[in-house]
Design a protein around this ligand. Structure first.
Ligand code: FAD
Length: 473
């Protein structure tokens, strides 16, 4: 293919990804986005200016070689493209779908200064999706000679998956222990099928199995097995804790105990992991049909909960957020998709109290209007209540999606030190905890963050663990 001049590349507009029509997709749980065709992918890839200093790669937490993989797509070499990504990111089909690219790689794309950035996430997804068959027919990663060292990983979210992949590649004997009955952490129990198909997560877990990573489910470290037992009885030489932030926060307002109020975690877990969306499912989930639902929060979890409620038959879904659209932490695409699906956003409003009927069922929420004040420590403008602005909204159900705290199950483990927010204390250079040979990364250290940052931490910890294991005789 003849190479386009700089000017020609800059004349090509960004290609949107095809999606199921809003009216259709709210009737099903199938993936909303449909992916690029080969022709569209190559046209989009041709927009890349191949910047030498690659600001896009620099702003990726795992420094994927973005211009290099995009160049392979232009050449029609999708396997070469995915192999380039895999050098830095083990989960391209997942990250292509869920990374907040607008805040990371795409935010630094030079084309974005005057127009729209290259659709890097869409191209990553294209390279990954079109090579799934080819990849499954070959040895996924080059494995070193067995080191004779055993590593246990606690939790099977992206932090542990990335860590396990690297450690296996280094030749260590790696076992991932998961409390739930399915592997993938939030990727499987939190993010809905319509955004990240379970088959994609299973594919990546199977890729790790093929390079020798062992997976044990239904084992709660700290309960079923303690860290001490792992070390002493199972002969484990090092541990990685990737236990995530799965403890839901609540509003702490009167009436929160009424029937019909869910934490987002409970709703999404029932629907995702226990398949409550399937007609033949026996998983108990309250009946959403024809109901009015209020979801509280402005992050990905709020968007996922609202869109799930809609697909479960809700007649009306509100997202109620105490700041404005500009401060919402959710991925932009999810906000746009939620709006297209008919979800109504109520900004600058905070809940004061829930009210119910004599049988304890939720009936309404009293809201207070807010205005934005000075920025808080995180730089976002603080919501300030407007006196006398309270009003009541009739609702049948509510979902609380205001963030999660660190998983609490390991809090009693001797030697580990936790912060006031119950996240784990680690050495920022090595990710080693206060206990020798025990490392940690992902949401259990940072609090709720992103898939790619958890993976970056997992990879960093793998380097430190390898170094530690090599130092043992
Ligand atoms: P997790 O993914 O939370 O995995 C931790 C695992 O450890 C869990 O499976 C848990 O069961 C297990 N575990 C906990 N304690 C134990 C124990 N004692 N023994 C054994 N196993 C244990 N990020 C994005 O980048 N893009 C998105 O679009 C996005 N959407 C999201 C949507 C939702 C609904 C939620 C909740 C989060 C979303 N995030 C998103 C955030 C992202 O998923 C997390 O930052 C990321 O999954 C953290 O990875 P982790 O490996 O640290 O932990």
């Amino acid at each position: 293919m003849t190479k386009l001049s700089l000017k020609e590349r800059m004349l090509i507009g960004r290609h949107p990804m095809g999606a199921q029509a809003p009216d259709d997709r709210i009737q099903n749980f199938a993936e909303v986005n449909l992916g690029y065709s080969a022709q569209i992918a190559v046209e989009e890839a041709q927009r890349c200016l191949e910047c030498k200093d690659a600001p896009c790669s620099q702003s990726c937490p795992v420094n994927v070689k973005i211009p290099q993989f995009i160049t392979r797509i232009v050449a029609g070499d999708n396997l070469g493209a995915v192999d380039t990504i895999l050098e830095d990111n083990l989960l391209p089909a997942i990250c292509g779908r869920v990374c907040p690219q607008e805040n990371l790689c795409e935010s630094q794309c030079v084309l974005g200064k005057k127009g729209k950035p290259v659709a890097i996430g869409n191209l990553e997804r294209y390279a990954a999706d079109t090579t799934l068959d080819l990849r499954s027919k070959r040895e996924e990663l080059v494995k070193a000679e067995p080191s004779g060292k055993k590593v246990a990983l606690i939790g099977s979210g992206p932090a542990s998956l990335a860590c396990a992949g690297d450690l296996a590649r280094m030749g260590h004997d790696v076992t991932v222990y998961e409390a739930l009955h399915a592997f993938g952490g939030v990727l499987i129990y939190g993010i809905p099928e319509f955004r990240l198909p379970k088959s994609i997560v299973s594919y990546e877990i199977n890729s790790l199995k093929r390079v020798g990573v062992k997976f044990e489910k239904n084992i709660i470290i700290g309960k079923t097995l303690t860290i001490n037992e792992l070390m002493k009885e199972q002969g484990v030489d090092a541990i990685f804790i990737g236990a995530g932030a799965g403890l839901p926060n609540f509003l702490g307002i009167p009436g929160e105990e009424l029937i019909g109020i869910y934490s987002a975690n409970e709703l999404l877990t029932r629907v995702n992991l226990m398949k409550a969306y399937q007609a033949e499912s026996v998983t108990p989930v309250l009946d959403f049909h024809g109901k009015t639902i209020a979801v509280f929060g402005g992050g990905n979890t709020a968007m996922d909960s609202a869109r799930t409620a809609l697909r479960l038959g809700a007649a009306k879904v509100y997202i109620i957020y105490r700041r404005t659209a500009d401060e919402m932490p959710a991925r932009r695409e999810e906000v746009i998709h939620a709006e297209e699906e008919g979800i109504e956003f109520v900004f600058l409003a905070a809940p004061l109290e829930f009210s119910g009927d004599e049988k304890g069922w939720l009936k309404s929420v009293r809201l207070q209007c807010m205005e934005l004040g000075e920025p808080d420590a995180g730089g976002r403008r603080r919501p300030v209540p407007i006196e006398g602005s309270e009003y009541s909204l009739d609702i049948d159900m509510a979902v609380i999606a205001i963030g999660n705290g660190a998983n609490p199950l390991l809090r009693d483990s001797p030697g580990l030190k936790f912060t006031k927010r119950y996240t784990l204390e680690v050495n920022p250079e090595t990710l080693e905890t206060t206990s020798k040979g025990i490392f940690a990364g992902g949401d259990i250290v940072t609090g709720g963050a992103t898939v790619i940052s958890a993976m970056g931490a997992g990879r960093k910890a793998a380097q430190s663990i390898d170094h530690y294991l090599n130092s043992l005789q």
